[in-house]
Design a protein around this ligand. Structure first.
Ligand code: CA
Length: 523
């Protein structure tokens, strides 16, 4: 396949060269015309914790600079909102059911990826930071990855031949410096493709000392839906275990353990979800419980989450400075995204997984001065399956037919094709799994969302125009039959279009229970 791609690339080069010669112009070196690609991805960074997306809780000047000097896309969605599946989707341009990573399965590294295609297309390729796909990276000339989730402090990095512990260092800084080192030491004869994958702001949200103290005295406003009681919603929200009120552990909340605990006893203490917390208020110890404790937990969670985001923003600033100083900025395509969204107390939740907006939506900022006009803004529906085709398109390489996304370059250039998608398909599988989040799949259009918790045979329907916080489940309510039927038909059409058949789903169902498509057809 790599040879095939290389051959296609050679053909493309020959074709472009012939065109240039026929126009009687001096053909520039083709590699010099192709952009470098710096793909920066954080882990669990919600769009609503970025200034350019209208954050109420923090400021991100360097990320905002990317939006100002390039494009901001405001309707970008993960197709399966969880870390490892999203990473596999970004690499392959395929939905989870086709790339084989529906949950935390090991990625089959013999599969075709955007990295392998760019490498075969003469790019110098690198992967720095969190990988979390269970198999070694393939398609990269250099990689320095965290094992598994990695550590915030004293991180270990693996390379193809070695491992190194960065004692006394903070992971976001190390990833930034390794990324800059990759760009500094790249061969000058080839464009580069560098994936910089941050660990932050993933749980357990451990800030560096400077930013940790900076947020400790801040009061973070609670989101509008913080006290959502889940009226009208299905069992799934009631049964979830990703609530700020109940499911943050002592480790998450950075409570100090008794000094005599160690080993398994210490681990058990840290993993406990406390019902009461004694804290210092105005110099006096106060024991909090109930609503007061929930509010306190939210503050502690967000203070640390936002502090880790601030280190990411600093990192983006350092990477952009390097591009400026080295003269690379003009022809480097810079992308900033996250592997999915995140609940920042929305609906009383943390974590992701659900198809609700805050978790579904992911940030996407793109700067490429040669091709993307500064200040571009689009609400065209973009998906993480589009990322790989976009990068290949920017590099002038063919997009394989089995990639399911479309290049976003026309959208980024302000010329969204008339036949651009107006709806998207989503599916979450990890059930039973962490946080007791129920398996579901669904449809999001520009105005509505239909979610099917298929193991429970329960539905939710939201009018996003009139109920943007998704508080009123309209499914089964009088007057919505026609709308429901239309949305179900579109859901079935999309499910079939992305080739998500019953086979996989049936493997996860008890014998004799209908698969999702059979159920959908029956309604
Ligand atoms: Ca993630």
């Amino acid at each position: 396949m790599a040879r095939l791609v290389a051959r296609e690339y050679c053909c493309m080069r020959a074709f472009i060269l012939a065109l240039a010669l026929s126009a009687v112009v001096v053909a520039p070196a083709l590699d010099a015309d192709r952009p470098n690609i710096l793909f920066i991805m954080s882990d669990d960074h919600a769009a609503h914790a970025i200034g350019a997306y209208g954050s109420h809780v923090n400021q991100t000047p360097h990320l905002d600079r990317l939006a100002r000097e390039g494009a901001i896309l405001t309707s970008v969605f993960a197709t399966n909102s969880i870390c490892t599946p999203s990473r596999a989707t970004i690499l392959t341009g395929q939905y989870s059911h086709l790339n084989g990573v529906t949950m935390f399965n090991r990625f089959d590294s013999s599969r075709m990826t955007v990295a392998r295609l760019l490498q075969a297309g003469h790019y110098y390729t690198g992967m720095i930071g969190k990988w979390h796909l269970g198999s070694d990276p393939v398609g990269f000339d250099r990689w320095d990855i965290l094992p598994g989730q990695g550590a915030y402090v004293n991180p270990v990095f693996y390379t193809a031949t070695d491992q190194h512990t960065y004692t006394g260092r903070y992971v976001t800084d190390v990833i930034t410096e390794l990324g800059i080192d990759f760009m500094k030491n790249r061969p000058r004869t080839r464009p580069f493709f560098l994936m910089v994958h941050h660990k932050a702001p993933h749980r357990p949200w451990e800030p560096d000392p400077a930013h940790g103290t900076r947020f400790m005295d801040r009061w973070i406003p609670e989101p509008e839906t913080f006290w959502d009681a889940y009226d009208t919603r299905t069992d799934a929200l009631h049964e979830n275990q990703q609530r700020v009120a109940k499911d943050l552990t002592r480790r998450d909340l950075k409570l100090r353990p008794p000094s005599d605990l160690e080993g398994a006893a210490l681990a058990a203490w840290l993993a406990t979800k406390p019902d009461t917390v004694t804290t210092d208020v105005g110099g006096q110890p106060v024991t909090l419980s109930g609503e007061a404790l929930t509010r306190w937990k939210y503050q502690r969670y967000m203070q640390d989450y936002l502090a880790t985001v601030q280190s990411i923003d600093d990192s983006v600033g350092r990477l952009l400075d390097f591009l400026d100083r080295s003269g690379l900025a003009k022809n480097t395509l810079v992308i900033y995204t996250s592997d999915q969204g995140f609940f920042l107390g929305d609906h009383g939740l943390f974590d992701k997984r659900f198809m609700y907006e805050e978790s579904l939506r992911t940030p996407l900022l793109v700067r490429w001065p040669r091709a993307v006009k500064a200040g571009t803004r689009s609400d065209a529906i973009a998906l993480n399956v589009d990322f790989a085709p976009t990068l290949l398109d920017a590099a002038g390489l063919a997009v394989p037919a089995d990639m399911q996304g479309r290049s976003l370059l026309p959208v980024l250039r302000g010329r969204t094709p008339p036949d651009w998608r107006t709806s998207m398909y989503y599916r979450y599988y990890h059930d039973p799994g962490d946080h007791n989040t129920r398996a579901h799949y669904g449809l999001r259009t520009r105005t509505h969302k239909l979610i099917y918790f298929w193991k429970k045979d329960q539905w939710e329907l939201f009018d996003l125009a009139n109920d943007p916080f998704e508080l009123h489940n309209l499914y089964g309510q009088p007057g919505h039959d026609t709308l429901t039927a239309t949305l179900k038909a579109e859901l079935l059409r999309l499910k079939q279009a992305v080739r998500d058949g019953d086979q996989l789903a049936n493997e996860q169902l008890p014998n004799g229970v209908d698969g999702p498509i059979a159920k959908l057809r029956g309604r």
